[in-house]
Design a protein around this ligand. Structure first.
Ligand code: MN
Length: 743
């Protein structure tokens, strides 16, 4: 967000004054919680950031330092964070954008601060990638490494909020990208953390830049209807206010419109016209009452409200006895107001109000009183996120979908027979519940009793259900279970169990097949298994074994395969075409390119690159004449080469590459090193700056400070690959770079 601008016309003295003014405002926002030495720390961070960013300006032309100050201000004022976070917010862009290093931060401030800044620097790299799959994978990694210290996510949210507030100065395409990313990831994250005010603002701003027309339309209609709404609200509030005062309550009452985004959603997704949305605003009654009287007092207020207005019994929500998983507490009711209009009334205490607006950060503040349980809820949330992360699906995008599903869905709560409450996403089934309790219970689940009635595994649970899971030691996970569950946890546990189950059965099938081959005097070699598998058009040998174990495939199929061969020889039953035959057969078919010369000078022969060693142009290769698939090209150092060359020397043909055409080959690289700041970024930068290289997939793992990355990419030949690997070896922190087999 920064660039150099011409500073000749800027009044630097006035600017300096403005910077100091903003800094003092920040201190004011921190004041409530400053302890001894804190002020000096904040000053130090401010001085460091000011110096580091001194030559940088924002797109608006303003001094860059306005941004970190504003982010720190949001942390202190709107999230309620303390000195460490304010310090880190001030420094949050220094390591990425200036000469300051992580070591500098560690030396000047400490280990804790360095860790947080490291996390913040790493996330910013994550979202600059171009393709979805990388983004999703990195998003997973971000949460994995960052959930150590939730402050990283909170400061990042503050950073994003300020960027959204100042999005006007960005170019249209950047606006769109940042706004949609905000709605896709940051707003749900804020919601999940219980940061309602920030979530709402992010959504509204997101809408403003993605669907500007609709946004402005609703904004105008809200303005037009404001006087009418105000009149209605004061009329509604008046009698309640009087009684509350009479009974000695210290209370604030006000009506406030719902967010533009939530109104937009109703108009858009439920097809309700603006004029007919009855809950465009809600009445909020906030009482100032000590902790021990909170619940009783909220219900007293409820009683007063319903003395005047008749409540709709279906729309009573008691989030005080059972807070939402994100910590939200409040009592909601919908009553029949004047003029026969339904009105939503939200009753809560000042403490609950602060929690609702600022979320978990505010919880920390209250932890001396009864914070223990809330601390646990935050831990519980982080535990769940970790579980999802530790068990990533093969496809990182699936993970995002599951994750989002769990984020967006309304929650239900159900009880164990002993009365423990479990929170699950809306739509969760008895089987989800079983897996939520324990993997073993899920895997052995045969049914459940919900409120003492027997139900199937797929039974959808409702809030308040009491669920007793029935298990049997004979039970094991089934394929169709995947359609019964909606939680990411249950899905991944079932998939794992199925994979394991299939692997075991395939092992048995392998032995079965080996015996059958033996009987038919067929050698049990990789080549024969491959031929048979190809004959049956199966995707893998495992699938072949599995089907034999399951009796789907039998001796009949082996015989059919043998019969299919041209000239069954006495010994092995195999027909082995000569090179001339292959050439004759494949000529006239779709001719392949001239990249490879086979035999003495043959080109235009159909060949396939063998998946077992995945040769690329430039590798030392040979051709192997197969029964059904023409010539297959292997690397000379292929793990199967020795076996092929020793057993079937007569089927080997020479092959070498020409260097005419530019065709890409898939290759894999493994990178190992020390997890340093910017390492992932530098590695991806090098690869994407190579204009000839196309990355197919990328995954990184860090463990106790070490780093391992696997990259699949398309290259032209070995020279191309070798050069790239040479460059990667020069990246700071990289220890080794090796070529690996893509499979
Ligand atoms: Mn920033």
């Amino acid at each position: 967000m920064s660039e150099k601008v011409n500073v000749a016309n800027i009044d630097l003295e006035a600017e300096r004054k403005e910077i100091l003014k903003r800094y003092r405002n920040l201190l004011k926002a921190c004041k409530r919680r400053l302890e001894k030495g804190d002020k000096q720390l904040i000053r130090k961070a401010f001085d460091v950031a000011l110096e580091a960013h001194k030559d940088m300006r924002r797109k608006t032309g303003e001094p860059y330092i306005y941004h970190p100050i504003a982010v720190a201000q949001i942390c202190a004022e709107e999230i309620g964070l303390g000195t460490t976070s304010v310090v880190c917010a001030l420094l949050h862009d220094t390591v990425e954008d200036t000469d300051i290093t992580l070591d500098d931060v560690r030396g000047m401030f400490g280990e804790k601060e360095a860790k947080i800044i490291d996390g913040l620097t790493k996330i910013s790299g994550v979202f600059d990638q171009k393709t979805n799959s990388i983004q999703a994978e990195n998003f997973r990694k971000m949460l994995l490494t960052l959930s150590d210290d939730i402050r990283v996510i909170l400061i990042k949210l503050a950073d994003r909020l300020h960027n959204m507030r100042t999005l006007d100065s960005m170019k249209r395409d950047k606006q769109l990208k940042i706004a949609s990313e905000t709605m896709f990831l940051y707003a749900p994250l804020a919601h999940r953390l219980g940061l309602n005010a920030i979530k709402t603002e992010l959504e509204d701003l997101g809408l403003k830049y993605t669907e500007n027309h609709e946004y402005v339309d609703i904004e105008n209609k809200l303005k037009e209807t404001e006087p009418e709404r105000k009149k209605f609200i004061s009329k509604f509030i008046l009698p309640i206010k009087e009684i509350l005062a009479e009974q000695g309550f210290k209370a604030r009452l006000y009506g406030r419109p719902k967010s533009i985004y939530s109104i937009y959603n109703k108009v858009r997704h439920k097809g309700v016209p603006f004029e007919e949305i009855f809950d465009i605003f809600a009445i909020r009654i906030i009482v100032d009452t000590p902790l021990e009287k909170e619940k009783a007092d909220c219900w007293r207020v409820y009683s007063i409200v319903t003395d005047f207005y008749h409540p709709n019994p279906d729309r009573l929500r008691d989030w005080i006895s059972t807070p939402k998983a994100n910590g939200y507490e409040s009592l909601h009711t919908t009553v029949m107001g004047p003029e026969g209009k339904w009105v939503e009334v939200q009753i809560r205490t000042e403490r609950m109000e602060e929690l609702a607006e600022k979320g978990y950060a505010a919880h920390w503040k209250y932890k001396d009183k009864d914070g223990n349980e809330r601390e646990n809820q935050l831990d519980e949330w982080l535990r769940k996120i970790r579980e999802i992360l530790d068990n990533p699906e093969d496809n990182a995008l699936d993970f995002i979908d599951d994750f989002k599903l769990n984020l967006f869905a309304e929650e239900i709560f159900a009880f164990t027979p002993k009365g423990d409450m479990r929170t699950l996403p809306f739509g969760a089934t008895a089987l989800d519940f079983a897996f939520d309790i324990h993997t073993k219970i899920g895997e052995k689940c045969i049914g459940a009793k919900v409120n003492h009635k027997l139900v199937p595994l797929s039974h959808q649970l409702k809030s308040g259900d009491q669920v007793e899971i029935l298990t049997s030691s004979k039970q094991s996970p089934k394929e169709d279970w995947l359609t019964y569950v909606i939680t990411a946890r249950a899905k991944s546990k079932i998939k794992n169990a199925l994979k394991e189950e299939k692997r075991k059965i395939s092992e048995e099938g392998r032995e079965i097949l080996e015996r059958k081959f033996d009987h038919q005097k067929i050698e049990f070699t990789i080549q024969n298994i491959n031929d048979f598998q190809n004959f049956l058009k199966l995707p893998s040998a495992q699938e072949l074994f599995y089907r034999f174990a399951k009796n789907v495939l039998t001796l009949k199929h082996i015989k059919a395969w043998q019969k299919e061969k041209d000239k069954p020889s006495k010994k092995t039953g195999k027909a082995e075409p000569t090179l001339e035959q292959v050439v004759k057969e494949t000529r006239g078919n779709k001719a392949s390119d001239d990249t490879l010369i086979i035999g003495d000078n043959l080109t235009k022969i159909e060949y396939k690159l063998s998946p077992c060693c995945n040769p690329i142009a430039g590798d030392d290769v040979f051709g192997f004449i197969t029964i059904n698939e023409g010539i297959k090209i292997h690397r000379v150092n292929c793990p199967n080469a020795v076996q092929m060359m020793s057993n079937y020397a007569y089927r080997i043909v020479k092959a070498r590459w020409t260097n005419q055409e530019q065709i890409s080959f898939l290759a894999g690289i493994k990178i190992q090193g020390i997890d340093e700041v910017g390492l992932v970024n530098n590695v991806t930068k090098i690869i994407s700056s190579e204009h000839n290289v196309n990355m197919r997939s990328l995954s990184f793992d860090t463990h106790d400070g070490t780093f391992e990355g696997t990259i699949m990419l398309f290259v032209y030949d070995t020279q191309h690959l070798t050069e790239l690997m040479k460059k990667l070896r020069k990246v700071n922190g990289v220890i080794s770079v090796n070529r690996i087999n893509p499979n």
